[in-house]
Design a protein around this ligand. Structure first.
Ligand code: ADP
Ligand code: MG
Length: 329
């Protein structure tokens, strides 16, 4: 075959597939946008685990009327403007990639209004086609609706799991965001029924308690090593070998092997629920590694490992060693 350039629409769909893997990726990107917009209330509604429809509505700053068509273009963002900005990313988004990707592989409907405007703006787009923009009465904030995800990318649509399995992932991520941002109220509805809710204006421990229950007690410890300050929460569950970890770095939810390994290091079994909160100067961590931004690179991974290990060890020392003793019996 001779080399030829792919049509723009085909190239766009392929690229979109890297950012948007499944419904949860859409939910995550839209919630990140709502948080970047300074929202105090974010509601997520899905139908059939997001396979049919995903709606994320916020009360954030809104998108100015003349900017809305740009918001769905690739590499268009209000969050960074130079390569230097990449060294200190203070927002969750920065690539201007999410809405364009979602637009390329779904039927997208965005309604938004800023507090400077008396009425809002409404944009509709199908499969990356030309956007239709109208005026629309709406509340201050932004509502994004994504229907029929991957309707034009059948190869990917086939890889979607059952509605239940997709919903499980979505629920987990909404819960993790609610732990990361306890001051924000989150609501998750599935097929018209509310299935998770936080009030906002709370402490992180309050959210953890409502998520995990307050029995057994939640232990906590914090410390610092090199450029990393770390706070850990552990709900130790005796006889449970499952170690469930949610980890956040500078407010960003991450999947990180270093943190997991540090929790599991040492003699004492770390069974139960863990939450790990890491703060570090933005140039200590590179978030620009993974298309879904869940994997990050640490400049001083050894320090991070030590900080988490020491915190975990101090908590293990404090709690009753009944897990080990039961093992010995
Ligand atoms: P990024 O978040 O990387 O900038 P996106 O494609 O996710 O890229 O969004 C593009 C732009 O649209 C953002 O930079 C922001 O200006 C605007 N935007 C998207 N969602 C919202 C929202 N919920 N509230 C306010 N502005 C938004
Ligand atoms: Mg974004």
């Amino acid at each position: 075959m001779t080399i030829h350039r792919l049509p723009q629409t085909v190239a766009m769909r392929i690229a979109a597939g890297e950012v948007v893997e499944r419904p949860i990726s859409v939910v995550k990107e839209l919630m990140e946008n709502s948080l970047d917009a300074g929202s105090s209330r974010i509601s997520v509604s899905v139908i059939q685990g997001g396979r049919l429809s995903i709606v994320v509505e916020d009360d954030g700053c809104g998108i100015p009327r003349e900017d809305l068509p740009l918001a769905v273009e690739r590499h268009a963002t209000s969050k960074i403007s130079s390569i230097e900005d990449l060294e200190a990313i203070a927002t969750l988004g920065y690539r201007g990639e999410a809405l364009a990707s979602v637009a390329a592989v779904s039927r997208l409907d965005i309604r938004s209004r800023t507090n400077q405007e008396d009425s809002g703006v409404w944009l509709r787009m199908e499969g990356g086609g030309p956007p239709k923009v109208d005026e629309q009465n709406c509340r201050i904030g932004t509502r994004v609706q994504v229907d029929d995800l991957f309707f034009n990318l059948p190869a990917r649509r086939k890889f979607l799991k059952s509605a239940r399995a997709e919903l499980r992932r979505i629920t987990k991520v909404v819960q993790e965001f609610s732990v990361a941002y306890p001051s924000v109220a989150f609501i998750l509805s599935s097929d018209g029924k509310k299935i998770y809710e936080t009030q906002g204006g709370r402490d992180r421990v309050d959210v953890l308690k409502s998520l995990w229950g307050d029995e057994p007690e939640i232990l906590t410890s914090s410390g610092a090593r090199g450029p990393y300050s770390v706070t850990l929460w552990w709900q130790r569950i005796s006889k449970v070998s499952r170690v469930s970890v949610m980890a956040f770095v500078n407010g960003r939810r991450v999947e990180d092997g270093t943190i997991r390994a540090a929790i599991s290091s040492g003699e004492t079994h770390p069974g139960g629920n863990w939450a790990v909160w890491v703060e570090t100067p933005p140039d200590e961590v590179d978030v620009n590694v993974h298309p879904a931004k869940t994997e990050v690179l640490f400049r001083h991974g050894g320090d991070l490992f030590a900080a988490v290990r020491d915190g975990a060890t101090s908590m293990k020392g404090r709690s009753l060693p009944d897990w080990e003793s039961r093992q010995l019996l």
